[in-house]
Write a protein that binds this ligand. Structure first.
Ligand code: PEP
Ligand code: MG
Length: 836
């Protein structure tokens, strides 16, 4: 026997807390305080349930004695600290025995008494005693079911309510300790020692003469969050019967689908609406209410937070704040930032059935369905026929960008979260799965082979889910993105409280337009190379790369200049009043060259050179380790005309956009710096170009020159580098790659093994490695600030859109983070939450 069972009747003044009795017990107390007709309930605390699991059963006659009236039928429900953590299912009608059966026969009739007794024997036998279900299938009367029980157990069916309750409590307490229940709740954030409370409630019978039944009601649409009464009700039913037995259930509200509770019992319906409205105000939440109608009288058995998807969560939090029920700060805290990312993209319809063909890395969120295509030309042909398609490649290169523009989604066999495919797809808001290890892509034969040997060919339909990394068979239904007023409110409220800037990584006018829609503080990274991937420009770029003499190169750059200038002018005009940070060319030049024979032949034609010569030239430009080779500022020093052309384009665009009334303050950023001297050399040339453009155009303009801190050395030498840089922007993609010595394009192959083995807690390309890369950020930031107190500090790698990295940068005193346009809402909300 346990000395202090702590059975606490739930009354308005009882000492009940979610931390000791669980959230269901606490919620029931709130319903009692609201004076709703809740059947008499007693809470059993975590420590008592723990003792029960350990074999120490408290005095249950004491518990039973707390209930008034006879005969007594009870239900037991689980009450975990947080509803998400789950718990064993409810057991109803404990106390049902021969005596209660006789009494119910007299009061409610034989049929009802038989039904209740039969159902109790079944649930006690199958759910509590864990007997096989099959032998009970034939037993249609209480006597028959009892016989099956007694045969299986070799013991009489227990008649004593305390004996029944004892077995039920022990079974629920032990189920909570089971391995799968423990793993499930730990996956939802429950600590290892999370406790279970139980609530014991007097049954309100939904079976009996007159209007009796049970149902569940909620007052918002679970998909949009709009006010809407939905739910089910069933006559002569109990618990959640109406949800389990949909054919015999009716809807709550009057419409043309058949009879409704509103017509059947208008007063009870009106009372339920009142319950919903009062819960909303008093519990400050939209609740789903479980109720029983006992001969026309409403009893509220339970209420839980109404289940809802992303859009409804946002709408509900905003509506509660707009109605003054919760403060805006609480509305902001109630939404997990990732929820917004789901709002911005199509999602797999949660009710859809889908077969998973393969799994990869969730590289860019959203779902897309379409026919498989294996190259850009076919993707573009699909687009011209208005046929959605999924572009499949082993991995993508700049050649594939036009295909990505045309496709609805991208799937690659190789690559991780910062691979070319992933970065471009996120920028385009295109669903993308990379590193799909369970499949092999054969680009030549235009097919995919799955792990089980199945082949998918060009034209076959698949759906990819870039939010989960799944590749699904066929065309799976998806739901549209939803940016409504609630989303706008949440963004505005975030802006009001956040104290770190949020800029966008935007390369094109389309990116910048989207960024402005989301109300960014500027562009933090414009990767200029993406402006050259377009068909005709790529050819000029290739001519520039192939130029053998300075005059030939100058001629090609001369053709590229107006293209860049026009792009920048558009960008400046669009972003008028906000800073635009343009990064000078970064990737190795050979990335712009074709890798396949068709492309090389086309290039030879365009250049009017022999194929063999073009091939040899491309080969001569290959590097053993291009990511550590001729790229970034090294290009700027080895082939200075490229940066000069870009600087001229930026300054001329500044003058042009200003002439059109735009307010422009350009920022120029040098990538992959390792030493101060690199910055000095580039700065001298850019300053000279600025002076020339000022003189030529007779105008005055200022610009800010900054450095990307992407190498460990740049972080270590940030002090001296900051002396020649107005801002330091940490490129955590390369910085992570170089700190770990881990290729961002190849890590996908073994990252899951590393994470599974606990070598790294997470993929460091997805989640900022606060311990290692983070230390370099702190070190670089403090050395930079010390040397130049007004230096602007920023982060512009993919981590810029992650809530953890934003909180880290904020604490480190960074001025802004910059992320893909589609991550901006997530980043804003995360930044706001970090201040609350
Ligand atoms: C980075 O390295 O973090 C970065 C932003 O540059 P990119 O991804 O273009 O290499
Ligand atoms: Mg980089």
């Amino acid at each position: 026997m346990l000395d202090t069972p702590g059975f606490t009747p739930i009354t308005p003044t009882a000492d009940i807390s979610a931390e000791r009795h669980g959230s269901r017990a606490k919620c029931l107390q709130r319903l009692v305080r609201m004076d709703l007709s809740v059947p008499q309930t007693v809470a059993i605390p975590f420590n008592t349930v723990r003792a029960i699991a350990g074999g120490k059963m408290p005095d249950l006659n004491h518990l039973i004695g707390l209930f008034e009236g006879q005969p007594l039928l009870l239900s037991v429900r689980s009450s975990s600290q947080t509803p998400d953590w789950g718990g064993p299912g409810a057991v109803l009608n404990i106390g049902m025995n021969d005596k209660a059966h006789a009494w119910l026969s007299n009061t409610l009739g034989d049929c009802v008494a038989d039904e209740i007794y039969l159902r109790f024997i079944r649930s006690f036998s199958i759910e509590v005693m864990r007997l096989d279900e099959e032998p009970f299938d034939e037993a249609t009367t209480p006597a028959a079911a009892r016989a099956v029980y007694e045969e299986e157990m070799d013991a009489p069916f227990p008649q004593d309510i305390a004996a029944q309750l004892s077995v039920v409590l022990q079974s629920m307490a032990r189920a909570w300790d089971g391995t799968s229940a423990r793993l499930l709740r730990q996956a939802k954030g429950a600590p290892a020692d999370a406790g279970l409370g139980l609530v014991v409630q007097r049954m309100a019978q939904g079976m009996g003469p007159g209007q009796s039944g049970a149902g569940v009601v909620q007052f918002i649409s679970p998909t949009t969050g709009e006010p809407q009464v939905t739910g089910r009700y069933m006559g002569q039913a109990m618990g959640r019967d109406a949800l389990r037995n949909r054919e015999n259930a009716i809807y709550l509200t009057r419409d043309d689908r058949g009879p409704s509770l509103e017509e059947l019992l208008p007063e009870v319906y009106a009372e339920l609406l009142e319950v919903g409205a009062r819960c909303r105000i008093r519990l400050r939440e939209e609740m789903q209410v479980e109720f029983t109608i006992d001969q026309g009288r409403l009893a509220v058995l339970d209420a839980v937070r109404c289940p809802r998807d992303a859009r409804a969560s946002v709408a509900t939090a905003a509506a509660l704040a707009r109605d003054g029920i919760i403060p805006r700060s609480e509305a902001l805290l109630r939404i997990a930032p990732e929820t917004l990312s789901r709002l911005l993209h199509r999602q797999i319809d949660p009710s859809a059935r889908a077969t998973v063909l393969a799994r990869g890395i969730a590289a860019s969120p959203g779902a897309a369905a379409g026919k498989l295509v294996f190259d850009s030309a076919t993707a573009q042909a699909s687009l011209s026929r208005d046929e959605p398609c999924i572009l499949v490649r082993r991995e993508t290169t700049p050649d594939d960008v036009r295909g990505m523009h045309a496709a609805d989604g991208v799937l690659t066999e190789r690559g991780g979260t910062t691979s070319h495919a992933a970065v471009i797809a996120r920028g385009l808001g295109l669903p993308c799965v990379t590193g799909a290890t369970g499949l092999t892509v054969d680009e030549k034969k235009r097919c995919i082979t799955l792990a089980n040997g199945t082949r998918l060919r060009e034209g076959d339909e698949v759906t990819i889910d870039g939010s989960t990394g799944e590749v699904l068979a066929g065309r799976v239904p998806t739901s549209e993105p939803a940016l409504d007023g609630a989303f706008g409110d949440l963004m505005k409220w975030s802006d009001d409280v956040r104290d770190i800037g949020i800029r966008a990584n935007a390369d094109t006018v389309a990116d910048a337009t989207l960024s402005r829609t989301f109300g960014v503080d500027g562009i933090g990274l414009c990767r200029t190379e993406h402006m050259f991937f377009d068909g005709s420009r790529l050819t000029v770029m290739r001519e520039m790369i192939f130029a053998e003499t300075p005059p030939d190169r100058a001629a090609a750059l001369e053709r590229l200049l107006p293209m860049q200038r026009d792009d920048f002018t558009e960008l400046f005009k669009l972003m008028s009043g906000l800073p635009v940070c343009i990064r000078l060319l970064d990737p190795p030049l050979h990335e712009f060259l074709p890798s396949q024979t068709e492309g090389i032949r086309a290039l030879a034609e365009a250049l009017d050179r022999p194929l063999s010569e073009v091939k040899a030239r491309i080969e001569s430009m290959q590097e053993y380790n291009p990511m550590l080779g001729m790229r970034g500022v090294r290009l700027g020093i080895a082939v200075p005309e490229i940066y000069e052309m870009q600087a001229r384009a930026i300054f001329e665009a500044t003058v042009a956009a200003r002439a059109d009334g735009a307010e422009v303050c350009p920022e120029i950023m040098i990538p992959l710096v390792t030493a101060r001297r690199e910055v000095e050399l580039v700065k001298r040339r850019i300053d000279a170009i600025a002076g020339a453009v000022r003189a030529e155009t007779d105008s005055t303009f200022e610009y800010r020159l900054g450095v990307m801190v992407e190498t460990p050395r740049a972080a270590l030498r940030a002090g001296e580098i900051a002396e020649t840089a107005a801002f330091l922007s940490f490129g955590t993609n390369d910085l992570t790659q170089m700190t770990y010595g881990l290729s961002r394009d190849d890590a996908g192959r073994f990252m899951s093994a590393y994470v599974n083995e606990g070598v790294y807690p997470e993929d460091p390309f997805g989640t900022l490695d606060v311990d290692g890369v983070g230390e370099l950020l702190l070190l670089g930031a403090s050395r930079g600030r010390k040397a130049r107190p007004d230096v602007t500090l920023a982060l512009c790698g993919e981590h810029g859109g992650s809530p953890e990295a934003i909180a880290f940068c904020r604490l480190a005193g960074f001025d802004y983070v910059s992320c893909s346009p589609f991550r901006v809402p997530v980043a804003k909300l995360a930044a706001a939450q970090a201040t609350l």
